[in-house]
Design a protein around this ligand. Sequence first.
Ligand SMILES: NC(=O)c1ncn([C@@H]2O[C@H](COP(=O)(O)O)[C@@H](O)[C@H]2O)c1NC=O
Length: 552
Amino acid sequence: MTTTLDQIPVKRALVSVYDKTGLAELAQGLSSAGVEIVSTGSTAAMVQAAGVPVTEVAQVTGFPEVLGGRVKTLHPFIHSGVLADKNQPAHMDQLAEHNIEAFDLVVANLYPFVETVASGATQAEAIEQIDIGGPTMVRASAKNHGSVAIVTNPDAYHEILTAVANGGFSLGQRRRLAVEAFAHTASYDTAVATWMAEHFDDADHPSYAGHALQLQESLRYGENPHQPAALYTAGTSAPGIAQASLLHGKAMSFNNYVDADAAVRAAFAFTEPAVAVIKHANPCGLAVASHDADDAIADAHRKAHATDPVSAFGGVIAANRPVSAAMANQVKDIFTEVVVAPGFSPEAREILSAKKNIRLLQLPDGFDLDTTEFKQISGGMLVQETDIYQAPGDNPEQWELVAGEPADPAVMQDLVFAWQAVRAPKSNAILLAADRAAVGIGMGQVNRLDSCRLAIERANTLGTASTGAQEVSAPGGAENVSGDDAPDRATGSVAASDAFFPFADGLQILVDAGVRAVVQPGGSMRDDDVIAAANVAGITMYLTGARHFYHG
Ligand SMILES: NC(=O)c1ncn([C@@H]2O[C@H](COP(=O)(O)O)[C@@H](O)[C@H]2O)c1NC=O
């Protein structure tokens, strides 16, 4: 029976790395500990340049690197030394018979395939960056972790030198490194397979779409306290919320991540300075800054907060511009779970960091919304292009005026805002807007009639026209204003509907509440009824021809 050695002293190392960060220091450390280093072409050259003795792979194999580097370490003299089980006398006898020496350590990292593709390289260049010998070494040594330690991450070089100084890697360390190594090659192959399927498959959709999930952090719990949960990063098209830095506050929770994601989805749909306030993945505040605002992001936040100040309590706020001191001063007295933004001015950070319970999340450099969305269903995964980019019906110049007078520029701006904003709430969604801010949102209803009612109710019973942050610093701090004192924000507002009105009844609710203009996709069997109702009411109605359902 094979037993496993616990600690294996490191006497001989195979080092073949594309990323040469920390290589010279590693080589010096290994060499001073008496470890023989065997390396491929430019790795060996760099080790030598650092004044460290090195044996070239070609000296071991007696065969030069050929085919422009496609064959370097792919040789039995190398791979027998990597794969020999030191607990099996037969293996060691065979090495001796063929005059092959075993390795105790392999240090390898791979050609930058993902980075090459991302740089816009040609297919031929990308293919040349598919590492073959590297993954073979990594997989072989990870399989043979009973006898060999495999290190793929330059950040772990200090761990190598510590282990070498302490008599070698323990079995526990070698097992952990083997998991990392197979994860490294698995995500590498996933990237290659996904890229090849995208480029070589003839079908409408690639036959394979891989996701390599890497544990980022364990979360306290999931959506509810009895649900264990963790955050994994995935190889998505751009860095996102999962890569954001927590500048202040307690660890992000599962629901914080979900809401922060919905918040940036809503705020970053706009090119102008915009702020979204999210509760339970739905917006309760959404606005872009006024054109003449002194502090654009503070203005956008003031307007977004005014959408529904009661619901903003305990919300997640996303800004698509760095948070200014003025915005921070508005936010500081509102109980807020998370503020997520591309940055915080030093003053804004100081103001908000004085609040113990707020989390400040800074988006990573290069942040962008993903271009592809995955939605898990039982037994499978739905994949679609994300609904963030301009769809044909998003261009107002192509909208069809089907009722009333053409909108004047101010009303048209509100319609354009409302049409962009209505994709943030879950469908069925009706969004009322004024001055490029949402003033009433009906979302997530199972019929459009109720969404219309909800949007009107929110516009006319919640919040006030002017909402200083102090008014809403605690539950009950903002009142549900109704009756004679109720604001009438529906009158004169515009409405967007994320999908067509199946009947005229929903539209009639908006008309009766004083909505002056509506934008909607059209396409209902009863469009004529809906358009007739708009004409009777004398309101403006545009059809976009495009729908923006969002099921979340
Ligand atoms: N073909 C081979 O035999 C082979 N052996 C090692 N490599 C890779 O060559 C790189 C190191 O090469 P160099 O030391 O010449 O920079 C490493 O990323 C390693 O993964 C190889 N290259 C690619 O397939």
